[in-house]
Design a protein around this ligand. Structure first.
Ligand code: SF4
Ligand SMILES: [Zn+2]
Length: 111
């Protein structure tokens, strides 16, 4: 669905049918994350990450940092691979071990 910030996000859900006013972020949240608000979509990197990295092993967890009196509020992401653990670096690029395995498979297929 399209988020209030205008990006396509597979983890956003809303329902305004028949008088309903429901908006949800269905991403996993870090235990220390602040409660989600619709304006958090504006600083959230998830739509960009999911566009760049379609790996089924990719898992994301949001940490919403509330800032001070709402100033500096923003979303950070914990990313990890279900097969290899935490992803260091840019989650758009993905898991280095998965990427190496895919490169190896491609190399063998081309031999
Ligand atoms: S906060 Fe991020 S993950 Fe959650 S619905 Fe908005 S864009 Fe998607
Ligand atoms: Zn991996």
């Amino acid at each position: 669905m399209i988020t209030p910030a205008g990006a396509e996000c597979a983890l956003y859900y809303e329902d305004f049918a028949r008088g309903a006013r429901m908006q949800q972020c269905r991403a996993a949240k870090h235990p220390r994350s602040a409660e989600w608000r619709q304006e958090d979509c504006g600083s959230c990197p998830v739509p960009r990450i999911l566009t760049a990295n379609g790996s089924p092993a990719l898992e994301l967890r949001l940490i919403i940092r509330p800032g001070v009196l709402g100033i500096g509020r923003h979303v950070e992401i914990d990313a990890w691979c279900s097969a290899h653990g935490p992803i260091a670096g840019d989650p758009c690029i993905g898991c280095k071990a998965c990427n190496a395995e895919a490169d190896e498979l491609l190399k063998r297929a081309l031999e």
